[in-house]
Ligand binder design. Structure first.
Ligand SMILES: NC(=O)c1ccc[n+]([C@@H]2O[C@H](COP(=O)([O-])OP(=O)(O)OC[C@H]3O[C@@H](n4cnc5c(N)ncnc54)[C@H](O)[C@@H]3O)[C@@H](O)[C@H]2O)c1
Length: 267
C-alpha cells in the first residue's frame, strides 16, 4: 500500500464509528490522510481513532448528528482546527428500516429522509462553504456521497430508503453542477449488499415484515438471485473505490455515482 497516496488529504467522514465508514476512515489514514471520524456514537468514533493512531495514523473523533446543521458546522470546524483545512468530505451516515409499501408511516419516511438525504445535503453545504472560504485550490476539493443500488432502482419493502438514496444521486448530479466553478468535485459510490451492523438489523427486520422466513438467509438469497458475482460484500470491498474518489487519480471526474455491487445494477 502507498502510505503517501492521500498524504495531503484532510477528511471528515460521517457515520464512521462502525461499518463501511470506519473501514474507509482506517483505509484513508493508512494512506496518509488525516481523518475526522464523526458519528452519533462518540465512543465508537474514539475506538476507531485509537485503532488509527495505534498504526501511526492521525485522526480525531467528533460526536455528530448529521441532521443538525450546527453540529455539522462544529464537525467541519473541528476538522479545520485539528488539520488546518478540509479538502475531502465523505457523507456516509445512513439508516434503513424496511416496511411494506402500504405500511410506511410518516415517522418512518421522515427519519430515513432526514438522516440519508437532509444529512447529506447539510454535509455537502457546510463542507463546500468551508472549501470555498479556503480559496480556489489548484487540484479539486472533493465531496463524496454514499449512495446505493437503491439510488438506481427501488424495492417494494424499502421505498423511503430508495427515495433517500435517489436524492443522494440527485445531489451528486446537482452538486457537481453547482460547485464545479469553485473547483470542487462531487462524486459517490453505491454499495449493494454489505455485511455490516446495518444489514444484520435489516435481516431481522425483513423477517419481521415477512419478506424472508428466517434470520440469516436474506443476504445469501439476494446473492444467489440478484448478484452477478454470487456473493454479498464486506466493507473491505468498498474501501478501494472510496480511496480512488478521494485521491488525485479521480481529479477529472465529477457528477458520477460508481456502483460497487457485484453486478446488481448493470448499465
Ligand atoms: N450495508 C449495506 O448493505 C449498504 C448498502 C448500500 C448502501 N449502504 C450505505 O452505506 C452507508 C454506511 O452503511 P453501513 O452499512 O456501514 O451502516 P452502519 O449502520 O454499520 O453504520 C452507519 C453509522 O452511521 C451512524 N449514524 C446513523 N445516524 C446518524 C446520524 N443522524 N448522524 C451521524 N451518524 C449517524 C451510526 O451510528 C453508524 O455508526 C450508509 O449510507 C448506508 O445507507 C449500506
Amino acid at each position: 500500500m502507498d502510505k503517501t497516496r492521500l498524504a495531503d488529504k484532510h477528511v471528515l467522514i460521517t457515520g464512521a464509528a462502525r461499518g463501511m465508514g470506519a473501514a474507509v476512515a482506517e483505509h484513508y489514514a493508512a494512506q496518509g490522510a488525516k481523518v475526522c471520524v464523526g458519528d452519533l456514537n462518540l465512543d465508537g468514533c474514539e475506538t476507531v481513532v485509537e485503532r488509527i493512531k495505534s498504526k501511526g495514523g492521525e485522526a480525531i473523533a467528533v460526536g455528530l448528528d448529521v441532521t443538525k446543521r450546527d453540529q455539522m458546522q462544529a464537525a467541519v470546524k473541528a476538522t479545520v482546527d485539528a488539520f488546518g483545512s478540509l479538502n475531502v468530505m465523505l457523507n456516509n451516515a445512513g439508516i434503513n428500516k424496511p416496511l411494506m409499501f402500504l405500511d410506511i408511516t410518516e415517522a418512518n419516511w421522515q427519519q430515513i429522509m432526514d438522516v440519508n438525504a437532509l444529512g447529506t445535503l447539510l454535509g455537502m453545504q457546510e463542507a463546500a462553504k468551508q472549501m470555498i472560504a479556503q480559496g480556489r485550490p489548484e487540484k479539486p476539493y472533493k465531496i463524496i456521497n454514499v449512495g446505493s443500488i437503491l439510488s438506481r432502482q427501488a424495492f417494494d419493502d424499502v421505498v423511503p430508503y430508495s427515495c433517500s438514496k435517489h436524492a443522494v444521486l440527485a445531489m451528486i448530479n446537482g452538486g457537481a453542477k453547482a460547485l464545479a466553478q469553485h473547483n470542487i468535485t462531487v462524486n459517490g459510490y453505491g454499495p449493494g449488499v454489505v455485511r455490516t451492523e446495518l444489514w444484520e438489523q435489516l435481516d431481522k427486520d425483513l423477517v419481521a415484515i415477512g419478506k424472508f422466513e428466517k434470520a440469516g438467509e436474506s443476504m445469501d438469497k439476494l446473492a444467489e438471485s440478484m448478484i452477478l458475482l454470487k456473493r454479498y460484500s464486506y466493507p473491505e470491498d468498498v474501501i478501494g473505490t472510496a480511496a480512488f474518489l478521494a485521491s488525485h487519480e479521480s481529479d477529472y471526474m465529477t457528477g458520477q455515482l460508481l456502483m460497487i455491487d457485484g453486478g446488481m445494477v448493470v448499465q
